[in-house]
Design a protein around this ligand. Sequence first.
Ligand code: NAD
Length: 412
Amino acid sequence: MADMSLAGGVKIDPKQTIVVTGGGGFIGGHLVNFFRSMGVKKIRAVDIKPLDEWYQVHRDVENHAGPLKGDCRDYKVCRKVCTGADEVYQLAADMGGMGFIENNKALCMLSVLTNTHMLLAAQESGVKRFFYASSACVYNADKQKDPNITALKEADAYPGLPEDGYGWEKLFSERMCRHFREDFGMHTRVARFHNVYGPNGTWEGGREKAPAAICRKVIAAKVSGKHEIEIWGDGTQTRSFMFIDDCVRGINMITHSQILEPINLGSSELVSINQLVSIAEQIAGIKLERKYKLDAPKGVAGRNSDNKKIQKYLGWEPSTRLRDGMERTYRWIEEEFLAKYNAKTAHKSSISTFTKGSHPIPGDGFNPESKNMDTWQQGIPAGYGKASPSKPAKKAKASGGKKASKKVKAKR
Ligand code: NAD
């Protein structure tokens, strides 16, 4: 018998057909599982990753996996998975933590293909509801310069100055959902997620977000006996973090609500990154020497979710205490970590890698164009703004040069 309290009072029809794109990813995997637990019999989970790389695989759902059957940039795939569907949850996106999105702006923006084609295919199939996963990265950077941030309310997305690349794409796709609703009568719903964390998500490799990265580094320090931790930035930057169970519950409630405009879905428990590290240390029962990597990607100075609107509409907001959610996340990552590393190899996992595209950047660097640029401020490619367009040779050298690209080729 399904636990209806998890559905937030929403009646879910078990006979409907539900599509979850990004079903092999962190939130998508949990969402598929949620609908299963609510008794929905026909679920299509879609993801570009091969099935053996999915975080959660459920044999009792239709799994459309891999570049041929699960790439939602491909309109044919979108049409196939949307045919006969009642509800679509569009979560597929090429994304990751700050180290990824600051270095892969083009890749992040290409998710516009996925969003466009899924909207078109869903419209063509006459789906009843279309949910789109937006992000707090759409918010105007000028309103996030202080760690003692005033929580961001929905109207703060305009005038537009979102996170370069990833945030611009999200803001654009949000608007596309709005116009599909206004012009074509499609029932689109949009939530702006604020940092989601929990078990069964990315915890290493360059796409992981702060809570998972910090858990991993603390575990690596504990296992290796080298009691130090590298922190990106000076640790004073503030954020709120929403536990996955709250996220899934919120998606379900928002999709079936009458909330027409994009709405925040996030916790309002604000912490600094230093405090987040302390929580992970407490769970691990150790104290670490903190080393601050000041030139690493760190995002805005402060960001929190203003939950007045979600409270007004739903009488609810994400409420899992960070300490409790981190405990569950830490334990899951610890298991994964110990299955892969031991005391001799653990130190390898204590440093965060930066990825560019699907391959690591050679050496220790990340894209120097991003590194020295206040991307939040500029929002324009280097070469047109501060950086001088007359020095292309230096740019090539800084990003690894000929030698470095040879190294990458050899690795491939
Ligand atoms: P994730 O990376 O774990 O999952 C996204 C999945 O989409 C991946 O499995 C990936 O393989 C898949 N994907 C990428 N391109 C695809 C394509 N062309 N076709 C099909 N599948 C494709 O990330 P997540 O944390 O589960 O995020 C889910 C959604 O929520 C994303 O849209 C993301 O932008 C949004 N979001 C997440 C957070 C967060 O903190 N996790 C915050 C804000 C917004």
